[in-house]
Design a protein around this ligand. Structure first.
Ligand SMILES: *[C@@H]1O[C@H](CO)[C@@H](O)[C@H](O)[C@H]1NC(C)=O
Ligand SMILES: *[C@@H]1O[C@H](CO)[C@@H](O)[C@H](O)[C@H]1NC(C)=O
Ligand SMILES: *[C@@H]1O[C@H](CO)[C@@H](O)[C@H](O)[C@H]1NC(C)=O
Ligand SMILES: *[C@@H]1O[C@H](CO)[C@@H](O)[C@H](O)[C@H]1NC(C)=O
Ligand SMILES: *[C@@H]1O[C@H](CO)[C@@H](O)[C@H](O)[C@H]1NC(C)=O
Length: 382
């Protein structure tokens, strides 16, 4: 079919083990306003009073947030599937004309870590490498002075006109190489800010599609206006930096199914993946209840005239979470007789762990808590 396949951005980074974690008390529920550009250093442990919030945007299959490096504000991908913060920079030795990048020589607060490098590959084959340094990094009004970041100089990815880089929000620390070429860990921006927050959490609110509210990310607090019902707390798998949990059952139109595939029966939440990628048996059960649905070269598609979809819930560590938005993911093909076929937002994965990407997050509000080794989840306010 003469059609470019829709973007399926998948930015899961390389795997490494999470740092040891301790149990924290439950999040406190409210914030107060924060003057911009306060440094975490001014808030000793014990004075946990600052919170932050930033808008997020869905652009070209990516979730973008603005971050300020030194005094330059740039949009970057917000990725819970990897851990390095990096941006395209003036170290890049190709053309940056028209693209978004960080001008190192215009920052008075940048300090390169001599000999340090980073190199990250993503599961979709993209990736970057470059030098490593520290700078003042502000997100949602929260500033970390001396946050570690990578200044990219080489592909295989290329600079872009709508995003400058990526902030990794996986659990634990980031891994870079020192001047001896050895892997060393550095704190992430989230690890640095966590001790200044009333609770060491971030909450992801990503309603998506026609009529959806403004997406946002909150740091240090839970905004009860962004979900309905109560938050369910789900334990995370140990031994992985991923936001990963068991997922062994599902419901289609109220009928219960157990996952039978000889897989791990697990899933992870990845804001860096656009679609909802489930085991083939789950997609098959779902699309069996969509009249006219079929697989085109492995991709689940259906007539664009479809207006109602079966109800689907997926197991998030024992909690059934709904999937009710972005199921029609847009045009796929048009037949000679005029019939239009649309692409499904729910697709299959051949991996042993399912990836619950942005299509899943369009229906669910999620609170991420590395210290407690949990996520909390509730139905989103659309
Ligand atoms: C980033 O800031 C620019 C300029 O204020 C704004 O136009 C854009 O919408 C912001 N992007 C996000 C993702 O909030
Ligand atoms: C550009 O990058 C390549 C690959 O690392 C390197 O061989 C080359 O020297 C660089 N060019 C400049 C002008 O820095
Ligand atoms: C970077 O900033 C410096 C200092 O403001 C400026 O002279 C230079 O033209 C900028 N370079 C690029 C590539 O934007
Ligand atoms: C980065 O890692 C990839 C995958 O291991 C490798 O192919 C590439 O050469 C590395 N790039 C640099 C600049 O080290
Ligand atoms: C249109 O063409 C497609 C592909 O040949 C076929 O599957 C479908 O049934 C046709 N629809 C109508 C309304 O004729």
């Amino acid at each position: 079919m003469a059609r470019i396949r829709p973007l399926l951005v998948t930015l899961l980074g390389l795997l490494y083990s999470a740092a040891a974690v301790a149990i924290e008390e439950q999040p406190q529920a409210r914030s107060f306003s924060l003057p911009a550009a306060r440094t975490s250093e001014r808030y000793p442990v014990g004075k946990r009073s600052i919170t932050g919030t930033t808008n997020a945007a869905h652009v070209d299959g990516s979730i973008l947030v603005n971050i300020t490096l030194g005094s330059q504000t740039l949009p970057v991908v917000f990725d819970t599937g990897s851990s390095i913060l990096w941006v395209w920079s003036t170290y890049y030795n190709g053309s940056l004309a028209g693209d978004l990048y960080y001008n190192i020589s215009a920052s008075t607060t940048w300090a390169q870590l001599p000999g340090y490098t980073f190199n990250i590959s993503y599961v979709d084959g993209s990736g970057v490498s470059g030098v490593v340094g520290t700078d003042k990094v502000t997100i949602g009004g929260l500033t970390v002075t001396g946050a570690t970041l990578g200044a990219a100089n080489l592909g295989p990815s290329a600079p872009s006109t709508f995003k400058a880089g990526l902030i990794g929000m996986e659990r634990g620390s980031m891994s870079v190489k020192n001047s001896a070429g050895n892997s060393v860990t550095r704190n992430t921006w989230m690890q640095n800010i966590a001790s200044s927050l009333p609770s060491p959490i971030f909450a992801v609110y990503l309603p998506w599609g026609s009529g959806a509210a403004q997406s946002s990310i909150d740091f240090g607090y839970i905004d009860s206006s962004k979900y309905t019902g109560t938050l369910s707390t789900v334990p995370l798998m140990s031994g992985t930096a991923r936001w990963q949990f068991t997922s062994t059952s599902y419901y289609v139109n109220g009928v219960h199914y157990s996952v039978t595939t000889t897989t791990s029966g697990q899933a992870l939440i990845d804001t860096g993946t656009t679609l909802l990628l489930v085991y083939p048996e789950i997609a098959a059960a779902f699309y069996a209840a969509v009249p006219g649905a079929y697989q085109d070269s492995g991709e689940w598609v259906f007539p664009c005239s479809t207006t109602t979809f079966p109800t689907l819930t997926l197991d998030v560590g024992g909690v059934q979470a709904p999937v009710s938005h972005e199921i029609n993911w847009g045009p796929w093909a048009t037949f000679a007789n005029g019939t239009k076929i649309c692409d499904g937002g729910i697709q299959t994965t051949s991996r042993t762990t399912m990836t619950f990407g942005d299509v899943f997050l369009a229906s669910n509000y999620v609170v991420f808590n590395d210290a407690a080794s949990t996520i909390q989840i509730a139905n989103i306010v659309f």
